[in-house]
Design a binder for this molecule. Structure first.
Ligand SMILES: NC(=O)c1ccc[n+]([C@@H]2O[C@H](COP(=O)([O-])OP(=O)(O)OC[C@H]3O[C@@H](n4cnc5c(N)ncnc54)[C@H](O)[C@@H]3O)[C@@H](O)[C@H]2O)c1
Length: 238
């Protein structure tokens, strides 16, 4: 299939390698210096555009894809306050938009495990719960999109927490997410339940960006020919 890449940084390069190895054609690469290429015949020939840019540029890029009716696989994080607007534009315009806060298979298994554990822990309010995430120093947003998805999984299932908070809790109903930025760490997420007597924790540690890039290309293959708002649950059907 024909793939356009929007954002040609660490993820864009990794996705290119995997897409080519799976027999796809990269027909257009758009980064900060060539936004006019959204109007090019090459971009319009894409079956799917895979977008990994920056929190500030992502929404505008999605809009430009919608204008050309090119389906989007969206990987950028840090723009979720605009999600309703994007969903509305997607449904009203008959567009295709796939979003995942994390494209790795392992992390999506971890999301399921997180919800399962939270459902059990809901009966044991003597345990407090927190989330720690560590990423490389170049990451622009905090907490990570993955940590937000994990927090939502806990909040859906634990009756005694009602919102997430970055770094400090204002009250005991806050689920604290600690964000650490360190070296070149691809991504570590850990959920910890602690009582007076013991600690239970589950952890996902990415070894590289390869799993993320592979997941994004598989999502693009899944997205081709479909309509509407899509996500990992539609694709993986755990
Ligand atoms: N959903 C996931 O699974 C997942 C995985 C990894 C990274 N991410 C997210 O993806 C995004 C990109 O990550 P990265 O590690 O590749 O970052 P990066 O900084 O290496 O690359 C970002 C690229 O976007 C380009 N860019 C800036 N403005 C642009 C614009 N207006 N149009 C097009 N490109 C533009 C930059 O020049 C750069 O090349 C981040 O938000 C990151 O958090 C998501």
């Amino acid at each position: 299939m024909n793939i356009a890449l929007i954002g040609y940084g660490k993820m864009g390069h990794e996705i290119e390698k995997i897409a080519v190895s799976r027999g796809h054609n990269i027909v257009s690469i758009i980064d900060v210096n060539n936004p006019d290429d959204f109007n090019s015949p090459a971009f319009k020939s894409a079956d799917v555009a895979i977008e990994f840019s920056t929190p500030d540029s992502a929404i505008d890029n999605y809009r430009k894809c919608f204008v050309e009716h090119v389906p989007v696989v969206a990987g950028t994080t840090g723009w979720l306050e605009h999600m309703d607007e994007v969903k509305k534009a997607c449904s009203e315009g008959g567009q295709t938009f796939f979003y995942a806060s994390n494209y790795s298979l392992g992390v999506n298994i971890f999301f399921v495990l997180n919800k399962f554990l939270a459902r059990i822990m809901n009966s044991y309010p003597d345990y407090d719960v927190k989330i720690d995430e560590t990423h490389h120093i170049h990451k622009l947003d905090a907490p990570s999109g993955t940590a937000i998805t994990l927090a939502e999984g806990v909040l859906e299932n634990i009756g005694w927490k009602d919102r997430w908070a970055l770094e400090t809790a204002e009250n005991k109903e806050d689920l604290v997410i600690h964000s650490i930025r360190e070296g070149e760490v691809p991504g570590i997420h850990e959920i910890t339940y602690e009582s007076e007597v013991d600690v239970i924790s589950i952890k996902h540690d990415s070894k590289s960006r390869k799993g993320l890039a592979l997941g994004a290309v598989i999502a693009a293959e899944f997205t081709k020919g479909k309509k509407g708002f899509l996500g990992m649950d539609d694709m993986l059907k755990f």
